[in-house]
Design a protein around this ligand. Sequence first.
Ligand code: HEC
Length: 179
Amino acid sequence: MVSVTSVHLDASHTGGADLLFPIRSTFLPRQDGEFPRGWTGTRCMNTPFSHLFAAAAFACACLPAAHAEGDAAAGKLLYAARCAACHSLQFNGVGPTHKNLIGRRAGTAAGYDYSAALKQATVVWDPSSLLRWLADPETFIPGQRMSISIPDAQQRADIVAYLQLVAGPQAPTPAPLEK
Ligand code: HEC
């Protein structure tokens, strides 16, 4: 406000039609530099609301990212409680090994007898595909055989953060496949 007013006052010294006319006509409703009655009030009505909308949009845009921040330490405990009955980081069990899971194409752990759905899937396991799989395996790859899901978004993020630490590719990553 203060800076806009001083721009106007400076411009008035030049006299006549000045270069600042577009600015003045946009920001200052009257040429004598006085704000008409109610003008400040109108600004006060509009400004906070537009700021509120901007803040709300910003918060909405940031929320998923905030949720995606996984805690690997929490994920380690969750992995032990929710995954380790069927999976290991070393070998195949009820489920396929998670050794080198990150960057691996679905359905390709050597020696594991996958469902046809997983063998045919073109998914590559990375944080985003793992989050979708854990949210609902059957929706993500219909016909698969893993019977559990992790409904809580924070728990999914924690588990994936842990897997990124312990199940990353230890061999050179193969050429990326189409998802
Ligand atoms: C009750 C046993 C069971 C539990 C518990 C389980 N899974 Fe599975 N999981 C499976 C089976 C069985 C498959 C193979 C599915 C198929 O072939 O369709 C599988 C497949 C997977 C795959 C695909 C791997 C690949 O090689 O393509 C991932 C990733 C996975 N599970 C992650 C997890 C995570 C993370 C957890 C813990 C939150 C978990 N699973 C818990 C049984 C289980």
